[in-house]
Design a protein around this ligand. Structure first.
Ligand code: IVH
Length: 675
């Protein structure tokens, strides 16, 4: 009896502590203990519950996560808010410039425009006839949140533009930030100015936002009608004249030499600025060239962020543990003594893979240099071997997954080299991989379920609420209600968010399954190929699958690696069962051809030989922007073979002739394009 009381008291003590840290983590976004300590505490509580069933009857269980935020109205962006690809050294910048040069058919002397990359929160402002009518957060890039009232509290954001010749529709994109000095005054428990700015912009009550001195720099545009600007520099000049804040450290540059000079200069004055910047953005200045270059599905081809080197700190490795990713990749993680790097407390740092540990000979107990760059996971850079104590042991990388099964290193198809990463290949049959797959499924670019984040999945997994994708749609809300912190409102929001996620586009669905090597871009290509879920489901049948995979090989962008991966995935019965049950819960929208008005809708085009007036990449991009598909081999599906003047492949022309495919010359191609 006495023992029971002791257990209850210990449990209450630990549980209260955990609740306190839950609140700090989930509600206030400001954890005060390391992830490792938090995980330990959570494990202690769960272990006590598991061993002492009577504790459950006390009904003291903790809450899981904060109520999902359904605070703001969601609005689709007029034009997607893309992110930027990164360059980390001058070689990356050289690649960027030469790629642009190649795309534009060896164009030389391109003007670039350099701007500091402000480390804040992005927002977009929409003006109709000069009046600010909408203000949105970035959201997932496609849909943002209506934060107009909060943005209006920022003094220097014009509510009405005064000036001549203002486009009737003008969308200005801006980065909102808190000045470093202002941050010191209000910092409270925010880790850094960026978090504080984010927190302030997401206040439900705009009066709360107005208490915090937010500022912004406008850096770009979204939709503009009529388009009156010719260059990025002209755009910034004009909007500055109209009253918008633009950054004063902007400058035109021309070549690699000037780029490097500008980069070093801004880096040298960086710490004296009153706002955080994490690099420089270089943009092609001419807007016509920008539009020729266009975008990939996620990045513009005409801009890049040249990042400053990461912030570093010294700490000690307390332990090395293994983590399993959603593709079964086994990643070693160093648990380090908590240290502040660039304003954020770091207690975990990735060690990448076995080779990396061996190469750097990283051991438990070592004093190491760690670095953290932007949103990237902190990494161990180097070991201070001079500080190593006698008797320290080399770290032996486990050859088993956390689930106990063997792990393997693959041979890379193109390089024929052994992969550095060890993998567990059991997929959904491995509990550790399966849990990560679920986190992927609910993530922003897949089902995008608000309120079902990583920590909640961890908790629902531990409680066996969710073990496979279809379980997400069978949650017992009555049970969740008994968990502390989940009130009627948060349950209602979660239910709504889950219901909403059932309605999903085919490409998002394909991406969500988490087949290795099938990222967003490939999922889009596949969705264009399958058109609907019924065609996609033919992959479940072995004979159909073989045929489908043969056809997939003809798609530009889908190679042997992707085809093998799709085959591997659907060769496993368990995967088929899981995907079937998942599909049953969803309403999957058919693929819709995006550019219905384009010149090449429903047309498959292939190029052979070099062109005089445009690069192959630009030709390909023109076809895609105009709704067509570019094929990489001649088949019955091909509609047009375009033969360039320089060294076309005879074999391709012959095969096209045999199949009665329309063949046109380079000159005809320009005629079609009216150029
Ligand atoms: S241009 C399509 N310029 O960085 C290109 N972005 O990673 C859009 N940012 O979402 C980006 N300063 O929030 C651009 N001078 C600048 C910027 C800037 C900060 C942020 C912005 C954007 C993110 C891209």
């Amino acid at each position: 009896m006495v023992q029971k009381l002791e257990i209850i008291n210990l449990y209450k003590k630990k549980l209260n502590l955990l609740k306190k840290h839950d609140k700090l983590y989930f509600d206030q976004d400001k954890p005060v203990i390391s992830d490792a300590k938090y995980d330990n505490l959570k494990k202690e509580v769960l272990d006590l519950e598991a061993k002492n069933k009577f504790l459950k009857k006390l009904n003291l269980s903790r809450s899981v996560g904060s109520p999902p935020s359904n605070k703001f109205k969601k609005i689709k962006h007029l034009k997607p808010m893309l992110s930027l690809s990164n360059a980390f050294d001058i070689k990356d910048m050289n690649d960027f410039i030469s790629k642009i040069g190649n795309f534009l058919n060896n164009k030389k002397d391109i003007d670039f425009f350099s701007e500091p990359k402000i480390d804040g929160i992005s927002a977009t402002l929409i003006y109709e006839d000069g009046v600010l009518t909408k203000g949105l957060s970035r959201g997932d890039g496609t849909t943002g949140e209506d934060i107009l009232e909060n943005l209006k509290t920022i003094n220097r954001i014009p509510k009405k533009i005064k000036g001549k010749n203002i486009p009737s529709l003008l969308e200005v994109r801006a980065e909102v930030y808190i000045g470093k000095k202002d941050f010191e005054k209000i910092r409270g428990s925010f880790a850094n100015p960026r978090n504080a700015a984010g927190g302030s912009l997401r206040q439900k009550d705009s009066k709360e936002t107005s208490k915090i001195p937010l500022k912004y720099f406008a850096y770009g545009f979204g939709a503009v009608e009529p388009m009156i600007f010719k260059t990025q520099s002209e755009f910034l000049e004009k909007i500055n004249y109209w009253g918008f804040s633009t950054n004063p450290l902007i400058k035109k540059v021309q070549n690699l030499n000037e780029i490097e000079k500008r980069y070093s200069y801004i880096d040298s004055i960086r710490s004296s600025l009153d706002y955080d910047i994490d690099g420089l953005v270089f943009k092609v200045n001419d807007l016509k060239l920008q539009s020729r270059l266009g975008n990939t599905s996620t990045f513009p081809r005409w801009a890049i962020a040249y990042k400053f080197s990461a912030e570093k700190a010294v700490t000690k490795i307390k332990d090395i543990v293994i983590q399993v990713g959603r593709t079964g990749a086994i990643t070693p993680v160093a648990k380090v003594e908590p240290v502040t790097v660039g304003g954020v407390v770091v207690s975990n740092a990735t060690l990448h893979n076995e080779d990396e540990i061996n190469r750097k000979d990283i051991r438990v107990g070592d004093i190491v240099l760690i670095q953290r760059a932007g949103d990237v996971i902190p990494q161990v850079v180097s070991v201070d071997v001079s500080k190593r104590k006698n008797g320290s042991k080399k770290f032996i990388f486990p050859d088993k997954c956390l689930c106990g099964s063997d792990t393997y290193k693959e041979i890379n198809k193109s390089t024929k080299k052994q992969d550095a990463v060890r993998r567990c290949t059991r997929g959904y049959e491995c509990d550790y991989t399966a849990k990560e797959k679920l986190k992927h499924i609910v993530s922003k670019d897949a089902l995008n379920i608000d309120g079902l984040g990583k920590k909640v999945i961890d908790q629902f997994w531990d409680l066996s609420f969710i073990r496979k994708p279809s379980d997400i749609f069978k949650l017992d809300y009555e049970k969740i209600k008994t968990l502390e912190g989940w009130g009627n409102l948060s349950i209602d929001n979660l239910r709504k968010a889950i219901d909403k996620s059932k309605n999903i586009d085919l490409d998002r669905f394909i991406f969500s399954i988490g087949i290795r090597h099938i990222g967003q871009e490939n999922a889009k290509i596949l969705s264009g190929f399958f058109k609907n879920i019924s065609n996609f489901s033919n992959l479940f049948n072995e004979t159909d699958r073989e045929e489908i995979l043969k056809n997939l090989a003809e798609l530009d962008g889908i190679g042997e690696t992707q085809i093998d991966s799709i085959n591997n995935f659907f060769s496993k019965k368990v995967n088929i069962e899981i995907v079937k049950k998942y599909i049953e819960k969803l309403n999957i929208n058919e693929f819709k051809e995006k550019n219905k008005r384009g010149k090449f809708v429903n047309q498959s085009i292939m190029f052979t030989g070099g062109f005089e007036r445009m690069s192959r990449s630009e030709a390909k991009s023109i076809v895609e922007v105009n709704g067509g598909k570019v094929l990489s081999s001649v088949s019955k599906k091909l509609n047009i073979l375009v033969v360039g003047n320089s060294k076309p492949t005879k074999k391709k022309i012959e095969s096209a002739k045999k199949l009665n495919v329309k063949i046109i010359k380079e000159g005809d191609w320009y005629k079609i394009l009216n150029i």
